[in-house]
Design a protein around this ligand. Structure first.
Ligand code: NAP
Length: 328
């Protein structure tokens, strides 16, 4: 099978198109014919050596998959060959930038019929993460205010849509060229951080209190601003797992004044979260936002877009796409 692999930890120059044997499913695994692969910043981090212990290289990258069940292991009961599924794979296993991928049956769910493979592949990781973060960790309640830093990105945009569907008032923080896009996503208020101080703007919009839930996908200075935008007893979701963006302990001082809680979000992929995501898709409360569709040969270009850290929506690899058909 074709596979685009990183031959060793490093930059985009380590990516190569190679031929690999088709893997064989273990007892509770499914062999999936990959139709589309959604990209996420964590792909770039893993390519660079993040969480490298125990990995073997060359390594296919990318864990958000939409595809067709090709073969099932002996004890697989939830799926049969021909089923169209989507899932967020286990990040500790090899990725799916290849014609075929193995996944444990407990991680997958049936792809909503209303979505194309490309659309479905754009949702698993960001959808699971925000369902886990806003729902299970912050326990967002109807009527609360949520402020999202990095709201136009893949994960931030999902946060805007989900928070709206949970009945929250949503304040999105982005740069000027994304303000109309954020309003289209459903943000009630949009703050252009390149023009105004987002902390002051969030306080002004909340009668001085701050937001009950703040989502930081940016890190660094963004984390500082996020923590200062929190209402008393508020909940801060910290999503940016870049090691260099980990905040120093002193950055947590404002929490002492507000009695706020810090929730570090590290998504634990599951079929249960995917099922919840599929329900939101069926209800129309979330819709895919795909910025770029590329063939497998252009995976490095997709990584370059993620490395810019100014994405708007998602980048997806379409496995059957020819080089001449790229959409960006
Ligand atoms: N912990 C988890 O489980 C988990 C899950 C998913 C993602 N993440 C992490 O979340 C981060 C974002 O992921 P993503 O997929 O959303 O990336 P992305 O699609 O590349 O988006 C990044 C966003 O950050 C915004 N941004 C950059 N600098 C900013 C600033 N100073 N203030 C406000 N916004 C700023 C950009 O908006 P503008 O262009 O408008 O500036 C862009 O929309 C990554 O580090 C990723 O690894 C973590």
């Amino acid at each position: 099978m074709r596979a685009m692999v990183a031959i060793r930890p490093g930059g985009r120059e380590t990516l190569r198109l190679v031929d690999l044997p088709i893997p064989r499913p273990g007892p509770d695994e499914i062999l999936v014919r990959v139709k589309a692969l959604g990209l996420n910043p964590v792909d770039v981090k893993i390519r660079g050596g993040y969480r490298a212990e125990g990995r073997s290289w060359p390594l296919p990258l990318g864990w958000d998959v939409a595809g067709v069940v090709e073969q099932i292991g002996q004890v697989v009961t939830r799926f049969k060959p021909g089923d169209e599924i989507f899932y967020c794979g286990d990040l500790t296993h090899p990725g799916a930038s290849a014609d075929y991928h193995l996944v444990n049956q407990r991680l997958a769910t049936l792809k909503p019929a209303s979505l194309s493979f490309v659309e479905a592949a754009s949702l698993p990781l960001v959808g699971s993460t925000m369902l886990q973060g806003l729902g299970r960790q912050a326990r967002l309640v109807k009527g609360e205010t949520v402020a999202i830093f990095g709201a136009a990105g893949g994960i931030g945009g999902m946060g805007v849509m989900l928070a709206r569907s949970m009945g929250a008032r949503v304040i999105g923080v982005c740069s000027g060229h994304n303000t109309d896009y954020l309003r289209e996503l459903g943000a009630d208020e949009v703050i252009d951080y390149t023009r105004v101080d987002p902390v002051k703007a969030i306080r002004a919009l909340t009668g001085g209190r701050g937001a009950e839930v703040v989502v930081d996908t940016v890190g660094g200075e963004g984390f500082q601003q996020a923590i200062e935008s929190l209402a008393p007893f508020g909940r801060l979701l910290f999503l940016n797992a870049f090691p260099e963006n980990a905040p120093p302990l002193s950055a947590l001082n404002p929490l002492r004044l507000t009695n706020g809680a810090l929730h570090c979000v590290m998504v634990v992929p599951s079929g249960e979260l995917m099922g919840e995501l599929a329900e939101h898709i069926d209800k129309g409360t979330i819709t895919p936002k795909v910025e770029q569709v590329l063939p497998l040969e252009r995976l490095a270009d997709g990584h370059a877009r993620l490395e810019s850290r100014h994405g708007r929506g998602k980048v997806v690899i379409e496995l059957d796409m020819k080089m001449s058909e790229s959409i960006s």
